[in-house]
Design a protein around this ligand. Sequence first.
Ligand code: MN
Length: 742
Amino acid sequence: MNELVIDLEAEKKEILKRYRALLRACKPTMQKGDKKMIRRAFDMALESHQDMRRKSGEPYIYHPIAVAQIAAEEIGLGTTSIVCALLHDVVEDTDITLEDIEREFGKKTAKIIDGLTKISGVFDYNSSLQAENFRKMLLTLADDVRVILIKLADRLHNMRTMDFMPRDKQLKISSETVYLYAPLAHRLGLYTMKSELEDLSMKYMEPETYKSIARQLNEKRVERENFIRDFIEPINEILTEQGLKADIYGRPKSINSIWSKMRKKNIPFNEVYDLFAIRIILDSKPENEKSDSWKAYSIVTDLYRPNPDRLRDWISSPKANGYESLHTTVMGPRGQWVEVQIRTRRMNEIAEKGFAAHWKYKEASADSGLDQWIHKIRELLNNPEANALDFLDDFKMNLFSDEIFIFTPKGALIQLPINATALDFAFEIHTDIGAKCIGAKVNHKLVPLSHKLQNGDQVEIITSSKQTPKEDWLSFVVTAKAKSKIKSALKEEKRKIAEDGKEILERKLKSLKITYNSDNLYKLTYYFKLPSTQDMFYNVAKGIIDLKQLKEFAASEKVVENKPEKIEPIPIENFLKKAKGKDSDTLLIGEDLQKIDYKLSTCCNPIPGDDVFGFVTVSDGIKIHRTNCPNAAKLMANYGYRIVKAKWDSQKELAFLTGLRIRGIDDVGLINSITTVISSDFKVNMRSITVDSYEGIFDGSIMVFVNDTEHLDSLIGRLKEVKGVTSVTRFDSPDGSMEKAS
Ligand code: MN
């Protein structure tokens, strides 16, 4: 008894300590009366969460305090947001109502908390409509950006404190984070937060790789710090000589960005040269910002030779999320490329705190990139026909892409994502211009619709009243706006054709003496393997399904006895029951990890020892994917409710198929040496082997059966020792096939 009392006392002290730290973080933006208001919000949160605890056992109130602190310190938000952050979970989790909040803190605060409560469904793992939730979230974004900023702070704190969560939840939350929240943070200019979110996700999704890169980074730390010191010293000297004040430091790249580089270039850690970037942060008067930055650039490039292809000037044309900086890559003293980022203190704050800092410096003006972006989201969301999942895909594509700037014939500037085509530009100007576009003049030269635009092009669109949107347009447009407009136009067109098809089908069935009713329509749709009856009508109207095929259907109907099973997602519980008892020995699936039937997905070919999860498919049972499968994040973020936990049991002598890519110097005996190692030394079965050889370079893909990752690793190690072999890597899928969600 006594002990418990002491614990509570200590906790009370700790809560107050954390609260005071929060107040200190709020200071820069605090005005008269704000302190009282924050106190009232804190008291309300403390009281309403008083009996609640987090999974870690800590008092729940630690969480809202931490979220508020992130909002203040890392995003730079003001008092209203701090109040909302403190109260962000009360309406959802306690007896306090929105009315209570409005009475105490006013309309604005109540509205933001309402937004936060509405989108909390994104965390509901039973929800089947993650994408729809995301759409809702963007709707509130269009209302008040602070809702999203606080949500990001909430997510960041949850990611930082996820150790006590069960493994499957860690995976789901992490994938959602990589899939949605990190891109959103990026788009809102919160670069530091974006990197941390990605690193934390990687820590849970690929713990081994994460740890190994972190360890290697640490091993090279001293060497790196010495290099940075030597590199910076002469720059510092000359900057001071020329009267420029600046902070210069080396900033390590995030673990996740190093990992994606290793994968993209297929190189080991020690071949990644840019493990850090040099930052020069200038103290400049507002009127000297640009000239000071270029002065610094000139000093750096006098000392070190720049790579002319790697100069990026985001000071003259800032990115749409407000980012301003000058980037260059120069040859360092030891013959290695070094990235240098030059910016002023104001630009740096924008780069780190994003949106909020942007607003602090620049009065909200209609032509800022961010404002245009939010305007675009609003437009997209107003399109009632857009399918939530499609929308999400298109939208995501636009989150990460860099911009190019295109001029209209009258000289107005339009921002488009990189790789945008003339048709994207047309849709950007107006939906009708896009729909009627037949070509364009780029810098006065005639080009097709699919022509990719370059930064600085001047574009004039040519239209025709006879033009209508075509299916193949979707293959080359990149903006979410053009995609969704084309899709809804095509849908409308298809709907009209399908209406005619319905009448035709009715007549044809009559002539075959088949009753026209929903049951038979369903059978027909199933027979022709079409996704909907509308597609059935459409195919009939287009003559793709003709009388002859309908006759074949009629004939087949007589032999088919069983009604086709209706295709719809199967609840996981039923599935587990159904599959239970079937024989399989090496994988345990589900909450209580039972032995049930599964298939290994072909997109990532998991083998024992890999980190895996199960995905309940519509027609093909449970499929097992590696947690680092290229499709994993998408599956988990969109169909979180279909994810089941999976773990390898004792590893038996079962063989699993996996791919090895072997490169080397072509030599008469090389193939023989390789196959000897595989089949004689290791007694491993090969299923296929393909070899390309050009200009003395050997490039082979071999599919082999191995027992587990350990077995695979030792085989790879041994193959690397073969004379002439330069690299051996595992690859996921022999044909690069992508797994469909259903
Ligand atoms: Mn929360």
